[in-house]
Design a protein around this ligand. Sequence first.
Ligand SMILES: NC(=O)c1ccc[n+]([C@@H]2O[C@H](COP(=O)([O-])OP(=O)(O)OC[C@H]3O[C@@H](n4cnc5c(N)ncnc54)[C@H](O)[C@@H]3O)[C@@H](O)[C@H]2O)c1
Length: 251
Amino acid sequence: MAVLTGKTVIVTGAAGGIGRAIAQEAGRAGARLALVDADAARLGETVKAIQSDGAEVLPWVVDMTDRVLWQKTIDDIAAHFGGIDVMVNNAMWVRYEPMAEVQEDVYRRQMAIGLDAVYWGIQAVTPHMIARGAGSVVNMTSPASVHGIPNGSVYAAVKGAISALTRQCAVELGQKGIRVNAVAPGPIPTPGTMRVVDEDGWKKRLVRSPLGRLSTPEGVARVVVFLASDAADCVNGDVVFADGGRSVSAM
Ligand SMILES: NC(=O)c1ccc[n+]([C@@H]2O[C@H](COP(=O)([O-])OP(=O)(O)OC[C@H]3O[C@@H](n4cnc5c(N)ncnc54)[C@H](O)[C@@H]3O)[C@@H](O)[C@H]2O)c1
């Protein structure tokens, strides 16, 4: 198991789904956790679950699309914990619809949380990691970053940008001791995806999985924690596909 003992880890979008699993796995790996989400009630449930495992954890309820507030939050987290070692950029809001029907508010919301908040978050966390002499950033991308998906034009644009930003930051920040990687999970039923994928959609996704099963939040979380930890100290600029081989299948 990867170790994060004594490391301060920010997980965004930690109120449920994959983010909650990442927070729980990082807590079990020994991390001190700063959990960020806009949903106060569900974030509180995550915090309770992690506290019962014995980990040190604090919630920050923030709308990360407010750049000034989000960057100040990162400074506040650093001041509270005395630094930041790891940032997991997981929060997202997704809608699938034909490109012809996409309205500007839906486009902007996906871009704002999926790309802008990641960009400004990395900008704000970098000085705190440089002060430590090291750091690790893990971004959540998607197979949609490299393959077209039905009605996913905005989502694909967001995730393609996240994969490109990951590689760029790996080169630019690597020189300062900061590793930047990404994880591309396969389809997983979560509060976010259950809103946009129907029963038939999940059946189709299952059929296309070479392992005959979907990925799980826990399985993805183990990959994220590995990349965040010193066990992955040679890995920088990589995108790990945690999709059970779905992306390499011609089925
Ligand atoms: N579930 C999948 O099938 C899947 C597949 C590939 C990639 N991913 C990626 O993994 C990540 C997690 O996916 P998920 O399905 O668990 O997501 P989800 O939608 O279930 O959870 C996202 C979280 O982000 C939070 N959030 C949204 N807008 C916010 C804002 N403005 N400020 C603060 N918090 C905000 C939500 O409250 C929510 O708790 C996402 O980046 C997603 O794109 C998911």
